[in-house]
Design a protein around this ligand. Structure first.
Ligand code: G4P
Length: 526
């Protein structure tokens, strides 16, 4: 198959949801429908055992949250579908944001009883900033939930997207009878049970038969009225508006009962976009270009403690990846060996031999690769768009045993490069400063310093409350600003100067007094 054929059959997406909406359940069912049943089992086992068999994320067992993202690949119809998992806990949202830069579409799972919840809202903002197309799945229709019209209204109001229902529920909870297909008419009848596949579900083609009306009672007549209302009031599905993130197709179902899952896979294949061009500072890169390019969007250190290895998660952006090929880090021209690339959870259990745009490859390395790095066959390219967010919480870090300070430095540098935490070196003094978006990140860092680097670190509160990266067209003016505010300046992992403030007012004053200096909440790439 040619590169453009491989590109056009790729779909790469992530699920965004609030914890407990049903992401794990749906992931498992998607994999099952795509035929990767043994993988589906392992997803469930993974959540159940919290990685009981592997020690590299012991913290995850303890906290019962998914710290690490992973990648799953499945084949459905003629498509190769890559599903990127995202951490559930909001304190790791930075990690999630970066994962979202590596996908071409997102699946939003909403608990029909709870509607749009906080975490979904935050993640959706990131998708919207990038115009990521969103498919919506309203889950748990087998429970007593909110009225579907009310839910759609909430999605439209809070998320600013036009909802286009593709299916419509008949009843809910104990009286959930199934969904009507708004595109092709007819109704698929719901039957509870998680061991059946929905191709076995009864399909009703026409509602003319009075017996059908009788069988489903008030639920069906209400659904019919609602469908009439929707058909009259809402616009028709516009693929371009979906691709621009302005319309979202909505499906109703119950993941745990395998109901509505196939529609989601079909929507991904039929509606979601294949990999598209990506922007680099130098030029736009087309996916079907012959030469390979890829972007590091996640780094996971110490997957195996014995080896101190790190895996860089690389999204293939163009070309054809072949194991063993010679790649260069565009930032510094260093060579990367690709003889031992890791394949993630995939139907093919063997070592990864090749990959195409949209696929994710894992490259073991010892620190050569950083978040945001671009890999090429030699061309100097830097993809844009990988966000680093200004930390909102700061801590200092001290160690009990000064003899371990080298390990502390190493640990913090590695955890910083991985994006687990942001590490700042103050302009004055030696005490390192840690910055995070959620407090749980500090706990993870303390735990990992102890377990992975043998450093007992004491993490104490720091006086700062906000940070802004600073830039200026005139380097001398930037230097003057740094000198004048020396006690409030620190440098991040890539030595970008940062202004730290204890109060919002300090920032306002600085902005007023130094009009030539720009203060950034977001830093993209190195
Ligand atoms: P998450 O990954 O988004 O956190 O959610 P997860 O899939 O773990 O689902 C959260 C809970 O919701 C689970 O129950 C799961 O069984 C349940 N659930 C998922 N889909 C449906 C559905 O369609 N209908 C109903 N009624 N429940 C659903 P739990 O009790 O927390 O866990 P478990 O003991 O069932 O594993």
């Amino acid at each position: 198959m040619s590169i453009d054929q491989e590109v056009s059959r790729r779909r790469t997406f992530a699920i965004i949801s609030h914890p407990d909406a049903g992401k794990t359940t749906l992931t498992e069912k998607l994999l099952m429908y795509a035929g990767a049943i043994h993988i589906a089992g392992s997803v469930k086992a993974r959540k159940a055992s919290r990685h009981a068999t592997s020690d590299w994320m012991e913290i995850e067992k303890q906290r019962g949250i998914s710290v690490a993202s992973s990648v799953m690949q499945m084949e459905y119809r003629d498509c190769v579908i890559n599903l990127l998992d995202t951490p559930g806990h909001q304190d790791f949202s930075e990690d999630t944001y970066r994962v979202l830069t590596a996908v071409d579409a997102a699946l939003m799972v909403i608990d029909a009883a709870n509607g749009v919840e906080a975490q979904t809202l935050r993640l959706l903002e990131v998708c919207r900033a990038r115009n990521t197309p969103i498919v919506t799945f309203v889950n748990k229709m087998d429970r007593e939930v909110r009225e579907p019209l009310d839910l759609l209204d909430e999605i439209e109001r809070t998320l600013g997207m036009t909802t286009i229902p593709f299916t419509w529920p008949v009843g809910m909870g104990k009286n959930f009878h199934g969904v009507c297909d708004l595109q092709n008419n007819g109704m698929r009848v719901f039957q509870p049970g998680s061991d059946r596949v929905d191709s076995e579900n009864e399909v009703i083609a026409s509602f003319d038969d009075p017996q059908i009306q009788q069988r489903f009672g008030a639920g069906l007549s209400t659904a019919m009225q609602e469908i009439d209302l929707i058909k009259g009031a809402s616009p028709t599905f516009d693929h371009a508006a979906f691709l621009a993130g302005k319309q979202t197709p909505v499906f109703f179902g119950s993941a745990i009962n395998n109901f509505g899952v196939r529609e989601i896979l079909d929507a991904l294949v039929d509606l979601a976009p294949p990999p598209e061009s990506r922007n680099a500072i130098q030029r736009e890169v087309q996916p079907d270009e012959k030469k390979f390019s890829g972007m590091v969007f996640k780094i996971q250190a110490n997957m195996n403690l014995a080896h101190r290895d790190r895996i860089a998660f690389v999204r293939v952006c163009s070309g054809h990846f072949k194991r063993g090929m010679n790649l260069k880090v565009a930032r510094n021209g260093k060579d990367i060996r690709t003889s031992t690339v890791v394949s993630f959870l995939s139907q093919r259990r063997d070592i990864l031999e090749e990959a195409y745009p949209g696929d994710i490859i894992g490259i073991p390395n010892h620190g050569t690769l950083q978040l945001g790095d671009t890999l090429t066959e030699g061309e100097v390219l830097q993809f844009t768009g990988l966000p680093f967010f200004a930390p909102e919480i700061f801590r200092t870090v001290e160690i009990a045993d000064p003899l371990r300070s080298k390990q502390l430095k190493l640990g913090l540098a590695q955890l910083g490069e991985e994006g687990a935490i942001q590490v700042f070196r103050p302009h004055l003094g030696n005490m390192l400063l840690l910055g995070a978006v959620g407090t749980l990140q500090f706990e993870v860092v303390a735990h990992r310093l102890q377990h992975e680097y043998g450093v007992a670190a004491r993490i104490a509160s720091a006086k700062y409350q906000l940070a802004r990266w600073i830039t200026c067209d005139d380097p001398r003016e930037l230097q003057r600003f740094i000198e004048a505010n020396a006690h409030r300046i620190a440098y991040d992992a890539v030595d970008a100067p940062t202004f730290l403030a204890s109060f919002g007012a300090e920032l306002s004053v600085a902005e007023e007094n130094w009009p030539a200096i720009r203060f950034h909440k977001l830093r993209e790439h190195a």
